[in-house]
Design a protein around this ligand. Structure first.
Ligand code: ATP
Ligand code: MG
Length: 574
């Protein structure tokens, strides 16, 4: 490819709404353009990277016997109504009607459709297992589309589905997919962790997310530093913390005028935040729930949702609080139990506190010297808090670390949830009708490209891992006016480039400085400069973007060295 022909319109200014590095650099390097909030056009550089990720996926899917197919994006509403997910997805689903008034959606995922399709032609155990995948645009009307390709409303997903006779078959498929995902993300040059994930909304018996470790991630992950435990914090039930404080004083109602936040109260009463109990009021579907956790802890909303088997979780509104007779800012379970209007759930760690402070259920008053076991009455108790840095590993008891993660993939043991709902059955060896046992496995292709940039960049631009770099090599003739230099550059370009077109010749009339800048921004893994030194002593400069290593070697025979460097990078997935 010649730079003069390459459609990569670079930008000087970064649009203000681009706040993460991948979004900024992809716009700046002319890789993509925004069409509407959460909708992007992929220009050639981005599209080449995307296609490379897709091809790695295709190769690894083939190795585990999954076959590529393609389903329609538009899906009939009836299928989604049969599984109840028309409502579960709710406003996140793009819904449409045809001219006859029939309802459809743009696929946010394809469990329903693949189950219906497999059911059409698979009826005997002899035909199982089935393993199919597709790579296609998905549509989700995200509440907050942001961070460019990390959370867009249209994105490319690889989605695979397996159908087996029994759980043992599913376990085998799951492991194959898990291993394939490990290979895929390794080949993409990513530093990632497979973590235990919550299976709440989609249902099923087991799941892992593949999380790229990066500060821009929206997921919180925790892992043991001395064991192999790793999980999304939503899926973790932390140990209960016990207090060695003794307290034989009775609870006492004290004045806390105008102190309606935990911080204000603790400050005013001069007590540690760890001695306070906070109430967070949720609406879980139609139920108002008072969730109580220690002042410095946060409620695990996913856990709460699972406990209450709720589809929707939101904060209770002021109207909800008034309807329940609750005093915002001063809520606690004391004297409130037994109400029909709301439910109370208390975190186990709170129940172990002995001398705590909590709301007085009247304005400007709080209780002190509270012992929840003694003073809370009959409440529901469960672990509803999120794990924190101060906790230990809930499995091994060892130290933990917490990081931000970008979820690039997820694997799921679905079991028979969808096959039962949609009647996807087969006749087993004994002629008995059974629901197929399913698994589903997704990779966010476009999010993977963005995640790679989040993890691989510096202040000058992108540092692509070789296997997903749009182009592998750029050749920069330092002076385009010099015919000899241009001829040498052209000669090297022809020698290095092949039908894969991995080499770019920067034939633009710009100054060398401009070209170096663009080369760093676009992130070509290897840069070859032909300039003054070539004229003086016949040498060229080879620079490796990732290591910054620069070598000067004779022009004659330099292709071999370039090939060696590229092979080394490929071998190490760098
Ligand atoms: P998230 O929790 O980030 O919203 P999800 O768990 O809803 O994602 P899945 O249904 O598991 O997503 O979809 C499979 C993969 O598709 C995800 O692992 C992620 O990589 C990708 N993905 C999901 N939503 C988006 C989005 N809005 N933009 C880009 N990629 C996405
Ligand atoms: Mg997911």
């Amino acid at each position: 490819m010649l730079s003069s022909r390459l459609y990569s319109p670079t930008l000087r200014e970064i649009p203000a709404d681009a706040v993460v590095v991948s979004h900024q650099y992809m716009l700046k390097a002319g890789m993509m353009r925004k069409v509407a909030s959460g909708f992007y056009a992929f220009l050639p550089l981005a599209f080449r990277s995307i296609q490379k990720v897709e091809n790695i996926i295709r190769q690894e899917m083939a190795k585990v016997g999954s076959q590529e197919m393609l389903m329609p994006i538009v899906q009939p509403a009836e299928l989604w109504r049969d599984t109840g997910r028309w409502d579960v997805f709710g406003p996140e689903m793009f819904k449409l009607q045809d001219r006859h008034g029939h309802e459809y959606c743009l696929g946010p995922t394809h469990e329903e459709l693949i189950t219906a399709i497999t059911h059409m032609d698979t009826s005997s155990y002899k035909q199982l297992p089935v393993s199919l995948f597709q790579i296609q645009n998905k549509y989700r009307d995200e509440k907050r589309p942001r961070f460019g390709l990390m959370r867009s409303r249209e994105f490319i997903m690889k989605d695979a589905y397996t159908f087996d006779e029994d759980e043992a078959g599913l376990d085998k498929q799951y492991q194959l997919m898990y291993d394939a995902y490990t290979k895929i993300f390794t080949r993409c040059g990513l530093t990632f962790k497979a973590v235990i994930a919550d299976t709440g909304a989609i249902g099923g018996s087991g799941s892992h997310e593949f999380e790229v470790l990066a500060d821009a991630g929206e997921a919180d992950i925790v892992y043991g530093t001395e064991c192999d435990f790793a999980a999304n914090i939503e899926a973790v039930i932390p140990n209960t913390l016990y207090s060695d404080i003794t307290n034989d004083r009775e609870k006492e109602l004290v004045a806390t005028p105008g102190k309606h936040t935990i911080e204000m109260v603790c400050d005013y009463l001069n007590i540690s935040i760890k001695q306070s109990i906070k109430a967070v009021v949720y609406k879980l579907d139609e139920v108002v729930v008072l969730a109580l956790v220690r002042g410095d802890h946060e409620v695990n909303e996913v856990r709460l949702q699972n406990i209450y088997n709720a589809v929707n979780v939101s904060m209770a509104s002021d109207e909800d609080l008034i309807a329940c007779g609750l005093t915002a800012g001063y809520i606690s379970p004391i004297n409130l139990t037994g109400s029909e209007k709301f439910d109370i759930i208390v975190d186990k760690t709170v129940m172990e506190m002995k001398d705590a402070c909590c709301g007085g259920n009247v304005v400007d008053k709080h209780y002190v010297h509270v012992n929840p076991k003694r003073d809370f009455g009959d409440v529901r108790v469960d672990t509803i808090r999120l794990i924190t840095k101060e906790d230990v590993c809930p499995v091994g008891g060892g130290p933990i670390e917490m990081r931000k993660g970008i979820e690039v993939g997820q694997v799921f043991k679905l079991g028979t949830k969808y096959s039962e709902q949609l009647g996807c059955t087969f006749l087993d060896k004994n002629g008995k009708s059974q629901p197929m046992v399913m698994g589903c496995y997704g990779i966010g292709v476009t999010r993977t490209v963005a995640a790679s940039i989040e993890q691989n960049h510096d202040e000058h631009g992108i540092i692509w891992p070789i296997n997903i770099a749009p182009y592998e090599v750029v050749i920069i003739p330092a002076n385009t006016k010099d015919e000899e230099i241009m001829n040498a550059a052209q000669e090297l370009y022809e020698a290095l480039n092949d039908e894969n077109d991995e080499v770019v010749l920067d034939d633009r009339k710009d100054r060398a400085g401009v070209k170096f800048k663009d080369a760093d921004l676009i992130g070509y893994p290897v840069r070859i400069t032909i300039g003054k030194k070539w004229k003086e002593s016949g040498t060229v400069e080879i620079k490796v973007r990732r290591s910054g290593e620069v070598i000067e070697i004779p022009f004659v025979g330099c292709e071999a060295k370039v090939v060696t460097i590229l092979n080394e990078l490929r071998e190490k997935n760098l």
